[in-house]
Design a protein around this ligand. Structure first.
Ligand SMILES: Cc1cc2nc3c(=O)[nH]c(=O)nc-3n(C[C@H](O)[C@H](O)[C@H](O)COP(=O)(O)OP(=O)(O)OC[C@H]3O[C@@H](n4cnc5c(N)ncnc54)[C@H](O)[C@@H]3O)c2cc1C
Ligand code: SF4
Ligand code: SF4
Ligand code: SF4
Length: 441
């Protein structure tokens, strides 16, 4: 057995590597929650990313923080692009308020509230608007209707995770879902599809671009109303509020440019929240921006208990459902699938030239398209080390918009070519099917 001192050396090394390469941290916050001696505090680094800070004098060398981290190993060996599942469908809350306030069809809100009302869950761990200005507050709550909607700026959800709590449901991004799953509790996980998460710098950038003071921001609402919703940044002086259609908003353009993404997202292999009981996302591709379309949620049910829960909710009319084809889901999310399952391979390869911290990650599950290097080069170049500097960001944004156009086009083109080649498509389906059968045994 390793001695305490050897463990402490490993722990120090683990945290030093994160300090040097913040992309080794996905800001989930779980290391703080599991540390028995209060040696870890999650706070923002100079690039406003939430990372752990270690006080080695308080550390007792238990290595729980290392074991809890979801980053350096892949938990599932699934090569299916959507992960294991029982059923996929489109859904909508039957409560009008949920659909209007929710990001897609208000289904997470409807289901979490249904679970609380029926006594299936006692509490919900989620990102709340308590103290909310720009960064949301992770918290256990007993009423979810006030909290609907996606919060696109990073906050360490799992830093408040309490493994002693029972009958709990968590709404979690894929990295947070993995960290929760690793804790082996009975926490029910409602996972959100996720391409990336942004840092606080994004709000600073949007405020500055609009000649508003960042300090005067009162509240940000990312998506409200008809799908995909409106972005609203409210200020102390309400006449200065910014309200735009999400698709045409500066926020969305900057968000999708990757310039403000949490660097940990660059080493992320999970888009569909594969370790959740149920995963939720937008109906991209399937539904275009039609005026008056109020929104629906793509739902992937992955576990038996997830299936039983959803069936009850449908029976009790908490949500209404309709069919969606797996192929439509894959088509609608091609770019993100490509980014997580293929372009990641090049990013890890590039990263390995710098450090061997990802040595235990099994790259075999990633899909190898060797000659696609643009996203890899582009993302690493822009995210490795950076600070808030509007001039620099303006320049980066201009060039990145051009690059993103090309990247998106190439992603869609390359992957749709792959998918048209039925051998690959068949492969995805077969793996998904095998996992489904495996779970049903
Ligand atoms: C950062 C982020 C990135 C996303 N990226 C994609 C994407 O690329 N493609 C896609 O199809 N969908 C993505 N989603 C999911 C999508 O935006 C919707 O959340 C999803 O479709 C569910 O919609 P809904 O109306 O059913 O949920 P709602 O009824 O609106 O409920 C959302 C629930 O999630 C909780 N929540 C909000 N933000 C967070 C957060 N940051 N961490 C944990 N819990 C949170 C809320 O508190 C609420 O309980 C993303 C969501 C987030 C937060
Ligand atoms: S090794 Fe244990 S005590 Fe030390 S920082 Fe990690 S979790 Fe805390
Ligand atoms: S990813 Fe989570 S567990 Fe790992 S170092 Fe970052 S905050 Fe800690
Ligand atoms: S992209 Fe991955 S690492 Fe980044 S927030 Fe989403 S799930 Fe977490």
């Amino acid at each position: 057995m390793a001695s305490l001192e050897t463990n402490k050396i490993d722990v120090q090394k683990f945290h030093d590597e994160i300090e040097k390469y913040p992309m080794l941290c996905q800001s989930c916050g779980m290391c703080e929650a599991v540390c028995p001696s209060g040696a870890i505090k999650i706070s923002q680094n100079p690039y406003s990313q939430f990372v752990p800070y270690l006080d080695i004098d308080k550390c007792i060398g238990c290595t729980k923080c290392i074991k809890a981290c979801p980053v350096r190993e892949n938990m599932y060996k699934s090569t299916s692009v959507i992960g294991p599942y029982y059923k996929i469908f489109l859904a909508k809350s039957t409560t009008k308020e949920d659909v209007e306030n929710g990001s897609s069809g208000g289904v997470i809100t409807a289901l979490t509230q249904y679970g609380l009302d029926k006594g299936i869950f006692d509490e919900v761990l989620t990102q709340t608007s308590k103290d909310f200005k720009v960064i949301s507050t992770p918290q256990y709550i007993k009423e979810t209707r006030k909290e609907s909607g996606s919060k696109y700026i990073s906050a360490p959800l799992c830093s408040v995770f309490d493994r002693k709590k029972c009958n709990v449901v968590a709404t979690a991004l894929p990295c947070q879902a993995k960290a929760i799953k690793k804790q082996n509790t009975d926490t029910f996980i409602m996972g959100l599809f996720c391409s990336k998460l942004s840092l606080e710098d994004l709000a600073k950038y949007v405020a500055k671009k609009n000649k508003r003071k960042y300090e005067d921001i009162k509240k940000i609402t990312y998506r409200r109303g008809n799908w995909p919703g409106k972005f609203k940044m409210e200020f102390v002086d309400t006449s200065k509020n910014i309200e735009e259609n999400l698709n045409r908003s500066q926020f969305n353009a900057a968000y999708n440019s990757y310039n403000f993404s949490c660097s940990g997202c660059l080493l992320c292999d999970d888009y569909f929240a594969e370790s959740a009981d149920i995963s939720f996302g937008d109906p991209w591709g399937k539904k275009q921006y039609v005026d008056g379309y109020i929104g629906e949620t793509v739902v992937i049910v992955r576990t038996k208990r997830g299936m039983e829960f959803v069936e009850k909710a449908i029976e009790d009319n908490a949500i209404s459902v309709s069919e969606i084809d797996l192929l439509d889901v894959i088509r609608g999310h091609l770019k993100e699938i490509y980014n997580k399952k293929t372009a990641l391979l090049q990013r890890i390869n590039t990263f390995e030239k710098e450090s061997n911290a990802m040595k235990d990650y099994d790259k075999k599950v990633l899909i190898d398209i060797k000659n696609f290097k643009i996203l890899n080069k582009y993302s690493i170049h822009n995210n490795w080390k950076r600070r808030v500097n509007t001039k620099k960001y303006n320049r980066m944004m201009k060039s990145s918009m051009k690059v993103m156009f090309f990247v998106r086009f190439s992603h869609a083109f390359l992957l749709s070519k792959r998918l048209k080649n039925s051998k690959n498509l068949q492969h995805y389906f077969n793996v998904a099917l095998e996992e489904k059968i495996e779970r049903e045994k």
